[in-house]
Write a protein that binds this ligand. Sequence first.
Ligand SMILES: [Zn+2]
Length: 307
Amino acid sequence: MTAIGASGILQSFENLNIWRRNGERAPHKPLLILMALALFQQGVKDIPFREYESRLSELLREFAPQRRTLYPEAPFVRLKNDAIWEVTLGANREHILRENDLTKGQLRNLDATGHFSPDVQTFLQSDPKAITTIARVLLTAHFPESIHSDILDAIGLALDDSTASTNGADIAEVKRRRDPAFREAVLTAYQYRCALCDLDLRIGNITIGLEAAHIKWHQASGPDVVENGIALCCLHHKLFDIGAFTLGDHRRVLVSEKAHGGRSFEEILLRHHGGQLNAPVRTEHHPAGSFAEWHREQVFKGSARPL
Ligand SMILES: [Zn+2]
């Protein structure tokens, strides 16, 4: 594998052809690739649709926007158009799939099996860091950092962060530059307190565990402006990014009916349901309705509990 070949392959992963409309999230291909990387790491190179359909559906249920119907067949078939994936048909994988619109039933009946293209397989085998590099590129481009570890745990993918990746430059490139003033502006607006639970822990003069959360994700081109931010403690930030709660009108806190747990869940989250998020000091810094609406539609898990 030449250096150009490797960077070309990385580029294909960075520039996945993803259907976008009105800021709608479509993390289907990234989730399929992450699952395939985990399997490759475990020595599984061929992924029969019939066998992995339910696993992919489970990942979509957890980490893709809530939809009535899941379409695990879409990324499985369409990823082949990104030149990093192939799908074969037949028990002996004798036919290469060319069509784009096969149904779940057809994929099952035709024994569809997916695998990384030969170039990608060579790359994964030649560079022990390749899996980690590609996974980081995908996570950074499609999901907020607060939930990266949850996605990796769900997928069973272990990343090797022991030494700097040889492709570190590529990862740095994919990270859109963030406005360093965003964090400070958001924390100042909310007086350095979690807008949900009031946490304002300090050690000496250092604020601990308080973060500036984007309402409309950075990965969905949410801007670094205070109206798109909320100061949240790290736990509430994670719960917000995973969609356990969202914002209704007038900073109303809405907890998902899919989130549940015992006494600590009540204490940490449920007691805030129907309440109001702390207001920022200035009126013009209140969360903008359009960003909250994006969060409700693209991140929030299902319906809110009754008020
Ligand atoms: Zn909090």
